[in-house]
Design a protein around this ligand. Structure first.
Ligand SMILES: *[C@@H]1O[C@H](CO)[C@@H](O)[C@H](O)[C@H]1NC(C)=O
Ligand SMILES: *[C@@H]1O[C@H](CO)[C@@H](O)[C@H](O)[C@H]1NC(C)=O
Length: 426
């Protein structure tokens, strides 16, 4: 098949099976209020933290001045708890008048003036999870309102609604968003509510109607929570990876890097696995007080490049053996038909002392058609990686030493046909 035909085929496939609003061709990147700022609404005692115009404007400023936008984080989104408890006389949602004194359009305009895109939250049910007005009986009005305000990203949660309605309601709201004529990234919470209740989601429809969707429980500010989500995605990754692609992504939830619950090593593991999973990268931390270390990690170009890789294939957990999990993603460049791969060895053993592992290419499911150039990422002084390649004698393996709850990471790039003696790299 020539390239043109393949391209045609790809665009035909994506137009017939996936949401075609031109958005989220790679995983969305941005900042979202929920994980760090929750439903803090008392601006008198917590003026810098409450869900308010002030929080969004100061964060938008920092996203630009501190290099987040340049790194690719271009959405800034408000989660729950932004509205009044009552709709207005035209049944429209209204931003809380004390916390958003200039209204929501003003906030969206400010965000746009900074070169950022604006996200907002709604809930498909009668109420949002935080008890604010839901969209159930107001779908058309709410889609129009979001469009009028200049919203670029809508997260539609799924509290206070029957799970059986979702199969109709989520596509319907997507259609209404589309009818506004304004491209709005559509983030659905549809499958998580169903899957956690033992209902098998209609994946064909989800992929066709949503740009991204939550699969599992909300992330909390702890390594326990990050591991819990990693384990779920790990156990299901070969299935989940098939749902992901340009315009449609699994969402393991926000990044908690920069907050209170993770060590530096754990933060690296979090970022590495989210990159491999092709997860949306949604920072939820206070950018004003973030440490340099956390900031550098969020801005890490190599990890972002893996997350945003143009092959757009979500990675998988290949195995978890003796507490070391191997995560792998196929990335560019591709040599003939052999992709490069990003590998992340996450050590789930927290007993102490870096842990040793030794794995053959075969058990890591790495193609041995070529030799690979090796690039190490995130390596700290107490860790090491050795890559042994000897295709002649068929002895190919990687040795790793990984910090407790940390990650050792590398990229392998195919270079050379197998015809020479061994390459040994430390
Ligand atoms: C609406 O849907 C059509 C058909 O899928 C698509 O071509 C168009 O870009 C969408 N428009 C918006 C604003 O999302
Ligand atoms: C290239 O790789 C893909 C995915 O692994 C495979 O389906 C296909 O058959 C391969 N094509 C060739 C020409 O080897």
């Amino acid at each position: 098949m020539d390239k043109k035909f393949i391209l045609l085929l790809v665009s035909f496939l994506s137009s017939s099976t996936a949401l075609d609003n031109g958005l989220a061709l790679t995983p969305p990147m941005g900042w979202l209020t929920w994980q760090r700022f929750r439903c803090i609404i008392d601006c008198n005692t917590r003026p810098n933290e409450c869900i308010s115009e002030r929080l969004i404007l100061r964060t938008a400023d920092l996203m630009v001045s501190e290099g987040y936008l340049d790194a690719g984080y271009d959405y800034i989104g408000i989660d729950d708890c932004w509205s009044e408890f009552e709709r207005d006389e035209n049944q429209r949602l209204v931003a809380n008048k004390e916390r958003f004194p200039n209204g929501m359009k003003y906030v969206a305009d400010y965000v746009h003036s900074k070169g950022l895109k604006f996200g907002i939250y709604g809930d498909y049910g009668t109420l949002t999870c935080g008890g604010y007005p839901g969209t159930l009986d107001y779908m058309e009005i709410d889609a129009e309102t979001f469009g009028d305000w200049g919203v670029d990203y809508v997260k539609l949660d799924g509290c206070y609604v029957e799970l059986e309605l979702m199969d109709e309601g989520y596509p319907k709201f997507g259609e209404l968003l589309n009818n506004t004529g304004r491209p709005m990234l559509y983030s659905c919470s549809w499958p998580v509510y169903q899957e956690l209740s033992g209902i098998t989601p209609n994946w064909d429809s989800i992929i066709k109607n949503c740009n991204m969707w939550r699969n599992y429980y909300d992330i909390q500010d702890s390594w326990y929570s990050v591991e819990y989500i990693m384990n779920y995605f790990g156990e299901n990754s070969r299935r989940l990876a098939t749902y992901a692609g340009p315009g449609h992504w699994n969402d393991p939830d926000m990044l908690i890097i920069g907050n209170f619950g993770l060590s530096y090593d754990q933060s690296k593991s979090h970022m590495a696995v989210w990159a491999i999973l092709a997860a949306p990268l949604l920072i939820s931390t206070d950018l004003e007080v973030i440490t340099d270390q956390a900031k550098e990690l969020l801005l890490n170009k190599d990890l972002i490049a893996i997350n945003q890789d143009p092959l757009a294939r979500a990675g998988i957990r290949v195995f978890k053996k003796s507490d070391i999990a191997l995560w792998k993603r196929e990335i560019t460049p591709v040599l003939n038909n052999t992709t490069s791969v990003a590998l992340a060895f996450v050590n789930h053993d927290d007993s102490g002392a870096p842990k040793f592992g030794n794995y053959t290419f075969k058990e890591m499911e790495i193609d041995t058609t070529y030799y690979y150039d090796v690039e190490f990422l995130l390596l700290s002084p107490t860790q090491s990686i050795r890559v042994h390649q000897d295709h002649i004698n068929d002895i190919n393996y990687i040795e790793v030493l990984v910090n407790p709850t940390g990650v050792a990471m590398l990229k392998l790039k195919p270079t050379q046909i197998v015809n020479t003696a061994s390459i040994y790299k430390t």
